[in-house]
Design a protein around this ligand. Structure first.
Ligand SMILES: [Zn+2]
Ligand SMILES: [Zn+2]
Length: 299
């Protein structure tokens, strides 16, 4: 299997190591490529201040640093420049003009925040356990169905708005489910919800191809496995089956926040994809004439 990771964080946001250390680790692990996907700045647009997004004023420095590193590794390791862009309903998302105009190799679209139907407050579904428990109680009255519905409403709106090359950790809302069991992934209501997301993804792929816009692929994200938060990858085997039926291709990413995490859980991801019916995965090959280039590789 070709090892690559387009979903990588550094000290520019909430990662442990700098860009060069991550490249060196990727190279020593036999990776053919690595892409950086700092959490895109949100403060200017939303007023949110967090400890995990790239500050607005460091965006240019981030871009310059990755481009410099790209030159340094020329002919050995392919280094790509991306961002993981938050979709926050009504506030910001990957389709925003300023994001689309950046000179990026790819854009990862992600939903971390949901809006509380109770008071409009923002709540990150992947919060640490104590914070999550408080949010579920105070903002969602302990209603796990309302929470996953808010999450998939946001996810669906992000897909429909377009502008993503990669859809991040599609069922991230399950991250705290292992501990708090606030919904059943086998319930008909949940299955119905994720089927609609799979439908929207398939439609967005076709629309992207027809209009020359971005045509999203889904990442199989091993971040939950690496950090012991989920037994399997994002998205689950069941959701991967739904995506396979709709001919949506997958790529594997570690959502690495440190050098040790690069490549972690890839075997599990591969086995899950095979069980879901996939024979191939996609490897990113850069951007040409405004389009993401992907190569198919047998699993
Ligand atoms: Zn994320
Ligand atoms: Zn990430």
């Amino acid at each position: 299997m070709t090892y690559s990771c387009l979903h990588t964080h550094t000290t520019f946001c909430d990662g442990e190591s700098d860009v060069h250390t991550m490249c060196a680790a990727a190279w020593s692990k036999g990776f053919t490529s690595i892409g950086f996907s700092s959490h895109a700045p949100v403060t200017k647009k939303t007023g949110l201040t967090t400890g995990w997004h790239l500050p607005d004023e460091r965006l240019e420095e981030y871009i310059d640093t990755i481009r410099r590193e790209q030159k340094l590794w020329e002919g050995t390791l392919k280094v790509y420049l991306g961002l993981e862009v938050d979709f926050i309903q009504g506030l910001c998302g990957p389709a925003d003009r300023d994001i689309q105009d950046l000179p990026l190799d790819y854009i990862i679209g992600a939903v971390h925040y949901v809006v509380s139907p109770k008071n409009g407050g923002l709540f990150a579904v992947d919060s640490p356990p104590e914070e999550f428990e408080r949010g579920l109680e105070e903002l969602f009255n302990h209603d796990g169905t309302a929470l996953y519905n808010a999450y998939y409403d946001a996810y669906g709106a992000m897909i429909s708005a377009g502008g993503c090359d990669i859809l991040a950790h599609l069922d991230l809302v399950k991250k705290n489910n292992r501990r708090f069991t606030f919904f059943s992934p086998d319930s008909p209501e949940y299955v119905d919800r994720v089927e609609k997301i799979a439908d929207l993804t398939a439609v967005a792929r076709i629309a992207g191809t027809q209009t020359g816009g971005r045509s999203p692929v889904v990442e199989v994200n091993t971040g939950g496995i690496i950090r012991g938060r989920t037994a399997g990858p994002y998205p689950s085997l069941e959701i991967q089956r739904l995506l396979h039926k709709r001919h949506v291709p997958l790529t594997i990413n570690a959502d690495a926040h440190g050098p040790d995490q690069l490549g972690g859980g890839y075997e599990i991801a591969r086995e899950t994809m095979i069980s879901a019916g996939y024979a191939d995965m996609l490897i990113f090959e850069g951007r040409k004439d405004g389009r993401a280039l992907w190569r198919e590789e047998a699993l």
